[in-house]
Design a protein around this ligand. Structure first.
Ligand code: CUA
Length: 183
């Protein structure tokens, strides 16, 4: 049998050609545009567009984080909603928020105009913290073993759902938390 068309055989004759002028032009445009987008994402939007939250993260064991959430609830609980504690931290203070399958613990009550430092972690699997609170739109992966630190300044009173934005199991769609902002 002839092996002429086998993918293992060496192609015959001149099977390649140097790039033409138009092709070189388009490759050049693609490279330049790629670099431009890189600079936009890493420098321009974060610095002048305020489209990037600056976060830090730390290692922590789920048990240790859970103990801190328990202490946070014990110190500042002001009520309860559908079995979940409602906690009002001091204005400008730290907020501990725990993701677990399939809930956010506790419900957080904040004062409008104050800046809070959220410390968020997961008890079990990977979850997604998603909060739309104009003008903020915040999305972070929440991982067991790590605390994600996010600064948040609520600017309007109201109630805001925290959604889980990472598929985490059969109850994923039920995983709703709540932030209450008061004047
Ligand atoms: Cu937690 Cu999806």
């Amino acid at each position: 049998m002839a092996t002429r068309f086998s993918s293992l055989a060496k192609p015959q004759g001149v099977w390649w050609r140097a790039l033409g002028r138009d092709e070189r032009l388009w490759v050049g445009i693609a490279v330049i545009w790629g670099l431009a987008m890189f600079v936009m994402i890493t420098a321009i939007w974060p610095l002048i567009g305020e489209q990037q939250n600056w976060i830090r993260s730390y290692r922590i064991t789920p048990a240790e984080f859970r103990a801190r959430v328990d202490a946070f609830i014990a110190a500042y609980q002001v009520g309860e909603r559908a079995g979940v504690p409602v906690v009002a931290p001091p204005p400008g203070g730290d907020v501990y928020l725990e993701a677990l399958s399939f809930a956010w613990r506790p419900v957080i009550q904040l004062r409008r105009g104050e800046t809070y430092r959220f410390l968020i972690s997961s008890r079990d699997v990977q979850h997604g913290f998603s909060l739309v609170m104009a003008p903020h739109s915040i999305n972070y992966q929440i991982l067991p073993g790590y605390v994600t630190e996010v600064l948040l300044t609520p600017e309007q009173a109201g109630e805001y759902p925290i959604m889980c934005n990472e598929f985490c199991g059969l109850g994923h769609h039920l995983m709703l938390g709540r932030i209450i902002v008061t004047d």
